[in-house]
Design a protein around this ligand. Structure first.
Ligand SMILES: Nc1nc2c(ncn2[C@@H]2O[C@H](COP(=O)(O)OP(=O)(O)OP(=O)(O)O)[C@@H](O)[C@H]2O)c(=O)[nH]1
Ligand SMILES: [Mg+2]
Length: 126
């Protein structure tokens, strides 16, 4: 009976959790995207001033509830020396968002190369 009730409780109230990595070059807009998503989807989240966002060193975690799913976003620092840390998270994540600043034409090829490198690393790891 306990198993039945706890199963019913989980079905009705617990959300399925998914971990989503946010990758992309430094200054691409990853943290800004996360803040905007939190502001849009989390009713009681007031949001921080976008001008206060500084470059991410390490990891920035944000949670967003969408329907019955809880998305846990891992926003990683995009600076070149931090990119080598990205693959440490691949095994535990369910999806990846790769952010590109389409207005920064000078860095488009750098972004493409970084994406290709990560795709290669992820393919080898999985
Ligand atoms: N105009 C405009 N500016 C943006 C947009 N998204 C981000 N920015 C600006 O771009 C700069 C970098 O944004 P971040 O969100 O910190 O970039 P990031 O990808 O998290 O950078 P790292 O943490 O260094 O990897 C900030 O000054 C933002 O205000 C956008 O959609 N439009
Ligand atoms: Mg950032």
């Amino acid at each position: 009976m306990y198993t039945l009730l706890s199963g019913l409780y989980k079905y009705m109230f617990q959300k399925d959790e998914y971990c989503i990595l946010i990758l992309g070059l430094d200054n691409a807009g990853k943290t800004t995207f996360l803040e905007q998503s939190k502001t849009r989807f989390n009713k009681n989240y007031k949001g921080m001033s976008l001008s206060k966002i500084t470059t991410t060193v390490g990891l920035n975690i944000g949670t967003v509830d969408v329907g019955k799913a809880r998305l846990m976003f891992w926003d990683l620092g995009g600076q070149e020396e931090l990119q080598s840390l990205w693959d440490k998270y691949y095994a535990e994540c369910h999806g990846v968002i790769y952010v590109i600043d389409s207005t920064d034409e000078e860095r488009l090829s750098e972004s493409k190369e970084a994406f290709a490198k990560e795709f290669e690393r992820a393919s080898n790891g999985w």
